[in-house]
Design a protein around this ligand. Structure first.
Ligand code: 26Y
Length: 822
């Protein structure tokens, strides 16, 4: 008798169709005549989730049986992007599902487009965490991602009259089929109140913390499947709730409204993601979010350890805890508290365990991003943690004094407490002291950490420092987002590159093959055509797919210098106005990115871009030669349409400011050429692709430092460079603001009087490099060769390589094979 495939695990087209219709009926409660496209999306998502669950359970069972050493990746942000398409790719059933869906008279792209992406991150740091989860699963490394289940993720960006407006991101409104709540594993987190000392039954001095408030953390799990492997790890996000017992008391005492208030204030903890990228505001609720998810996660790890019958002394053998920047760095004090206060372990032993458990990744050189909490606020919310921080500091400063006697300045700089004015707890210092490894995210960044930002810690603990250059997952950013290119690559060199990105090297011989080059060109054109269609639909602007697509997408920040690209656009515009018949390379300039809602200068940069777009796009003298487009609400979903369609990737930060960048990698993998400074990972990308295949400009980090030390004056550049002067003068005159000279004044004034990020110093070099870009693009054959070589040489920038290095050098986590049991 023919065996009927299981409805929940079978992968044949017939079974997939049956399971899909079943889920539509029994989960969505709809039948085809009433179902919306979103209902169909949900039915498909549940069909896929069932197949993940089978692998997930085998994985959990294996890890438990083997007590596998596990990475706990602690991050306040996970910018996952849509899940359905990625899971289809990793399950290896994309084509089959596409066929099944078509046979049912539906369209897979339409269904994929229904998914509301979980925007639980700001930008690079959060997206890196998501790429790393994919790579850890693919490399079969046991891992748990721990974070916050924000009810509202990063705001949705709208444009009104060219200005950014923010809308709440209600991503959970229609339900989230990918998560499974685990209320039985809920834990409690204490806040506020006071501490008191007591003697325990053995006469030992102990401290107990009497909190003012207790919040319940409920975990929601999302399965993270590796690429064509059975490993299915977990992303565990904590949602804050009021504990029943707590508001009950208030209720019984008659304070009903107070009880409800308490509930609201508890649930606030996981309400909304702070939308700041690279600036810390020191807000109390933000500190509460940090202790909330960190305490939940550490308690969860201890539960797992004890369930496996392992003693607490083996915490650091069972887990290695990666701190994604300082956002979870309070974990150092919290683990000490759990071990010493709650589990009765002696301080010295607890400190050994703690120091062997944590590793810290730094992501930024921006001074304003360094987190510091006013001691007053910290002590109000976390009275016991403040005592513990003081105690750690006491021991630590003794250690510093032993190695560097009579060096008061060093003590003041390294202390966990900043006492130069109002007192602050320094989270980077806490992370450095409490971790066995400290890493930067690109070679230059790690070097600058050692030289500047963390120099004192480097002198004390040189052996802790190491570099881990970032990477991105080729599954999402090539296979899923660029199917045309993927087919060509598979046809040409087979598909092993998806797991071994360095195999793309095999493409190098095809550079000489004219028909391959032709296919390469046609694929880029087709991708550009798709993006042009999107732009037409969303912006109402007609762009020419034959023009050079010149793109900058990332958070809006002065150090990233979106406005340098604007200076170039106005320069070209001025040239065309002066010489209408000028033969220039037609370009489409594309921008995308969100500004932090409180960052006025970033918002003004968006208004500048949209204002320049209005003038340039509507000037008949320009015709179709220049088009400027601001794509609103740049997120992972949109990013996946953009990278494959780029000719030129703009990576133009002031050297020494962008820790790594990861968009730079996504562009280059998809065959875009880069115009960039010697900053972050740009340096390593240029090394890999070859200087002849990269458009370099601008000062080096060392030159930036020297110029700033020698009292830089932007005014001199303005006076001595006629094209630059004309650009600024036109802005000043109001040529791009309907004659209003005030609109962009804050921006112009800042450039003319400080120019903190040296746009004027780099202007001429940038313009000249752009000239070379325009020339290169005119020679199609040469351009295509460069484009192919960029893709062929990007092997290093797979997040698989990064994660393999973390595993070997920091984590010491062997991979664990998962067999499917049914
Ligand atoms: C303090 C808090 C408000 C804060 C929140 C978010 C501080 C920083 C951030 C985000 C930082 C971030 O995204 N950094 C980026 O990390 C990427 C991954 O390592 C790098 O590629 C990128 O250069 C860096 O800016």
């Amino acid at each position: 008798t023919a065996r009927v495939e299981d409805d929940r695990t079978g992968l044949s087209i017939e079974t997939l169709k049956r399971a899909f219709l079943d889920n539509l009926f029994y989960i969505q409660g709809k039948f085809p005549r009433l179902a919306t496209q979103h209902d169909y999306y949900m039915a498909l998502a549940y069909t896929v989730r069932d197949r993940l669950l089978q692998r997930w359970i085998s994985t959990a069972a294996t890890y438990t049986e083997q007590s596998s050493r596990t990475v706990a990746y602690l991050s306040a942000e996970f910018l996952m992007g849509p899940q359905l398409g990625n899971n289809l790719i990793n399950l290896g059933i994309y084509d089959r599902v596409q066929q099944a869906i078509e046979e049912l008279g539906l369209n897979l792209d339409t269904l994929l487009d229904q998914e509301e992406e979980p925007g639980l991150g700001n930008g690079g740091l959060g997206r890196l965490a998501a790429c790393y989860l994919d790579s850890m699963a693919t490399l079969e490394i046991p891992s748990l991602g721990y974070g916050i289940r924000y009810e509202f993720g990063i705001f949705k960006q709208g444009l009104q009259n060219g200005w950014q407006v923010e809308f709440t991101d209600k991503w959970l409104r229609l339900g989230n089929p990918w998560e499974i709540p685990r209320p039985d594993w809920a834990v409690q987190v204490k806040l506020g109140g006071y501490t008191e000392a007591y003697l325990d039954a053995n006469g030992h001095y102990r401290v107990r913390w009497i909190p003012r408030q207790v919040v319940k953390g409920v975990p929601y799990d999302t399965p993270i499947l590796g690429y064509q492997i059975n490993t299915c790890n977990t992303l565990r996000l904590w949602s804050a709730q009021a504990p029943e017992s707590f508001d009950f008391e208030a209720f019984n005492s008659g304070d009903y409204l107070g009880a409800v208030q308490e509930k609201i204030s508890s649930e606030n903890l996981s309400k909304v993601l702070y939308p700041n990228d690279n600036v810390s505001q020191g807000k109390q609720l933000r500190l509460a979010q940090q202790i909330f998810f960190v305490s939940c996660s550490l308690q969860d790890m201890i539960r797992i350890l004890l369930r496996q019958k392992l003693p607490l002394s083996e915490f650091s053998q069972k887990f290695t805890v990666q701190l994604n920047d300082t956002h979870p760095a309070i974990a150092v004090a919290e683990l000490m508290r759990l071990l010493v206060d709650e589990h009765g372990i002696a301080w010295d032993q607890a400190w050994d365990i703690t120091r062997n458990s944590f590793a810290y990744t730094n992501h930024t050189l921006m001074p304003e991003a360094l987190e510091r909490w006013p001691v007053e606020m910290f002590g109000q919310m976390l009275p016991r943690h403040l005592e513990i921080v003081y105690e750690i500091n006491h021991h630590f400063l003794d250690e510093v004094r032993a190695k560097f006697p009579d060096d008061g300045d060093r003590i003041r700089r390294m202390s966990l407490i900043d006492e130069s004015g109002e007192r602050f707890v320094r989270m980077a210092n806490l992370a450095c002291v409490g971790s066995y490894a400290i890493n930067g995210v690109a070679a230059l960044h790690t070097e600058l950490l050692q030289k500047d930002v963390l120099h004192d810690f480097y002198q004390l603990y040189p052996e802790k420092f190491n570099n881990k250059t970032n990477g991105v997952t080729p599954r999402r950013f090539m296979v899923l987002s660029n199917p045309r290119l993927t087919h060509l690559l598979n046809d040409t060199i087979g598909d092993s590159w998806v797991q071994h990105l360095d195999h793309l090297q095999k493409l190098e011989t095809s550079v000489e093959d004219a028909s391959f080059r032709q296919r390469w060109w046609e694929i880029k054109q087709a991708n550009k055509h798709d993006l042009a269609t999107y732009i037409q639909a969303h912006n109402g602007i007609t762009v020419d797919p034959e023009s050079l697509f010149d793109i900058q997408v990332k958070r809006i920040h002065e150090y990233k210098r979106q406005h340098l690209m604007v200076l170039h656009i106005i320069t070209l515009y001025n040239r065309l106005k002066a010489n209408p018949n000028l033969d220039i390379t037609p370009r489409t300039f594309l921008f995308g990115g969100k500004a932090a809602p409180g960052y006025m200068m970033a918002k003004l940069i968006i208004k500048l871009i949209t204002s320049v777009a209005d003038v340039v796009n509507n000037d008949p003298a320009v015709g179709d030669r220049l088009k400027v487009v601001f794509l609103k609400n740049f997120n992972v979903k949109l990013a996946q349409h953009i990278y494959p369609a780029a000719d030129l990737s703009e990576q133009v930060s002031m050297a020494g400011k962008e820790a790594s960048g990861t968009g730079n990698m996504k562009f280059a993998m998809n065959g875009a050429l880069t115009i960039g400074t010697l900053d972050g990972a740009n340096i390593e990308i240029r090394e890999e692709v070859g200087p002849e295949n990269f458009f370099l400009f601008g000062l080096t980090a060392a030159e930036v430092k020297a110029l700033k030390a020698s009292s830089y004056n932007p005014w001199n550049y303005y006076q001595s460079n006629p094209e630059l002067k004309e650009v600024i003068d036109r802005l000043k005159a109001g040529d791009f603001s309907g004659g209003n000279p005030d609109l962009f004044r804050p921006l112009i004034d800042s450039l003319l009087s400080w120019d903190n990020y040296l746009l004027f110093a780099d202007y001429q070099s940038y313009i000249e490099a752009q000239e070379k870009v325009s020339q290169a693009y005119r020679d199609r054959d040469r351009w295509v060769r460069m484009s192919i070589l960029n893709t062929a040489r990007m092997g290093k920038f797979s997040s698989d390589r990064s994660i393999a290095e973390y595993a070997a050098d920091i984590w010491q986590t062997p991979s664990v094979k998962i067999e499917l049991t049914d």
